[in-house]
Design a protein around this ligand. Structure first.
Ligand code: SF4
Ligand code: SF4
Length: 103
């Protein structure tokens, strides 16, 4: 498996995510997130931008920590909608688990 796949942000559109490249990695979402857990969700969004799919799959349990409170989306200065990004990444991971994702 390739370590990165720069086409992945575009491929995520089929999972309902079209804002991954809007993120400029500022960390506001990680600072506001009540979970306060290892740069979540900034880090996993960075993985999505780079197409680090192996990391997303290996660390996918982090995606289910999200409470979907919306604070990250509300404060993101780039309107990258990190809350929705997480939901899209969950859809991607589930599709991979079920063998229904060819990306
Ligand atoms: S998703 Fe928004 S708040 Fe989070 S790191 Fe990216 S630009 Fe910053
Ligand atoms: S929606 Fe999820 S990632 Fe965003 S601030 Fe809330 S718990 Fe954290």
């Amino acid at each position: 498996m390739a370590l990165v796949d720069l086409d992945f942000p575009e491929q995520l559109e089929r999972f309902g995510v079209d804002t991954a490249l809007e993120c400029f990695n500022c960390g506001t979402c990680a600072a506001i997130c009540p979970l306060i857990h290892e740069h979540f969700p900034r880090k996993i969004i960075r993985y999505a931008q780079l197409g680090a799919k192996d990391r997303i799959l290996q660390e996918s349990d982090e995606l289910w920590r999200c409470l979907h409170c919306g604070l990250c989306t509300y404060t993101c200065p780039r309107e990258a909608d990190p809350g929705e990004l997480i939901l899209g990444l969950r859809r991607y991971v589930i599709a991979k688990w079920r063998g229904r994702a060819d990306v």
